[in-house]
Design a protein. Structure first.
Length: 421
């Protein structure tokens, strides 16, 4: 007979209920430890990521800058002349960062990333301002979020400020050529990525990894004709779940969502709005955060978006910026509400004439107006404003952010790059 378990009431009881959170907390504490100290065996500590040691190997075969509006060739994304690469090992820590010609990376067939999805990434844009300056939007936020993602997926930690310096270094070299001053109002996409490279099969945290940063072109996605049309997710598929890793930017969040997205596109919709639980909570629109502007039954206007406290959705940099700006600039006319809400609430607001507008927010889609949601055989048409380009708040927020990104206004979120000529 197996004895019944006795509930734990000691100090470890809370830890038993929050194993992942405790692990992340412990890993994050390691970041604050001094670099270069010795352990009890008098062995040097693994080296920390250090952007000041970046070496430069410039390409001898420069690539051609494509004409405006061209972002890929034969289905392949166009990238710039260079990339930054930094190997890591558990034994030695971070190697010397290198800026080198863009090109293939070498992996063994047994590399951890290929079998256990030990991969995370970030996405941010560099902008050629109308004032001629080159800027990156809030790279500190992306660097901090990548640390959180890497820790969640059992990849090495690093000081976020050092990653930010490497991002700036790449755009400082390739920006002047690929985002020339004669093309103001244009942007490119930066993709810092980390992968587990240890060539050993086995479900364990990799002891070798590679951090690399590339700079590429991306199409403009924030102004689809007629607005973005969304199809709600099917009952037999979820993109993220409480207790999972929806809050981390890992590749495993995206691959499994492609099947439903492809089916939605075949039916004439651009993205899936992901619902969660039997209640049908609205979470994200594709890989973007989702916002609904509704009036309460008492007549109060609210901008509503899913919360972060359950770690179900990504803490988007565009999302965060949107909320901050609206709270600062529109506090007397609209209330910002971060809460769980269902698709039934949205449909009820529509039927009662309280649905004002909706938009998706993210790095790729920027601020993109949503014109329609299809849910279980019913279409919910969402107002697109008088000009048909999005509602009042959609256009207001887009304008505020665009002004910061392209230098129409000076703002600390728009980090100016010191370009190398």
């Amino acid at each position: 007979m197996v004895p019944s378990a006795v509930p734990s009431t000691g100090p470890s009881a809370g830890q038993d209920l929050s194993l992942t959170a405790q692990a992340i907390e412990h890993r994050m504490e390691e970041i604050g430890r001094a670099n270069g100290t010795s352990n009890g065996d008098h062995k040097p500590a693994p080296k920390e990521l250090d952007a000041s040691k970046l070496t430069y190997t410039f390409t001898k075969s420069p690539r051609e800058v494509p004409p405006p509006g061209v972002d890929s060739v034969d289905g392949s994304t166009i990238c710039t002349d260079h990339m930054i690469s930094v190997p890591w090992s558990q034994k030695n820590g971070w190697s010397t960062p290198e800026l080198k010609p863009y090109g293939p990376i070498s992996l063994m067939p047994t590399a951890s990333v290929l079998h256990y999805a030990t991969e995370c990434f970030e996405g941010l844009k560099a902008y050629r301002g109308f004032d001629g300056k080159l800027r990156i939007f809030r790279p500190d936020c992306n660097s901090a979020r990548m640390l959180q993602s890497s820790v969640r997926i059992s990849l090495p930690s690093f000081p976020p400020a050092e990653l930010q310096k490497l991002i700036l270094a790449l755009i400082a070299v390739d920006g002047p050529k690929w985002l020339p001053r004669e093309r103001p109002g244009t942007f490119m996409y930066l993709r810092p990525t980390m992968i587990g490279t240890q060539s050993q099969l086995g479900v364990t945290a990799p002891m070798e990894a590679l951090l690399y940063i590339i700079l590429s072109f991306m199409p403009v996605l924030d102004s689809p004709a007629g607005g973005m049309k969304l199809h709600t997710s099917p009952d037999d598929m979820v993109r993220a779940w409480v207790g999972g890793f929806g809050y981390a930017k890992v590749g495993a969040n995206y691959g499994p969502s492609l099947l439903a997205t492809h089916e939605a596109k075949s039916r004439g919709y651009q993205q899936v709005i992901w619902l969660y639980g039997k209640e049908g909570y609205c979470t994200e629109a594709g890989a973007s955060n989702f916002f609904v502007v509704m009036k309460t039954k008492e007549g109060k206007t609210q901008i509503v978006t899913a919360p972060l406290d359950d770690r179900l959705i990504l803490d988007g940099v565009t999302r965060r910026s949107t909320l901050q700006l609206v709270r600062e600039r529109c506090r007397d006319e609209v209330e910002v509400v971060e809460r769980s809400y269902t698709i039934d609430e949205v449909m009820e607001a529509d039927s009662e004439g309280r649905l004002v507008e909706a938009f998706a927010a993210g790095t790729a889609f920027f601020i993109c107006p949503v014109s329609l949601i299809h849910h279980r055989g019913r279409d919910v048409a969402i107002p697109m404003g008088k000009a048909g380009a999005g509602g009042h708040y959609t256009q207001l927020i887009k304008g505020w952010l665009r002004d910061i990104m392209y230098g129409r206004v000076e703002h600390p979120w728009g980090v100016v790059v010191q370009e190398q000529q």
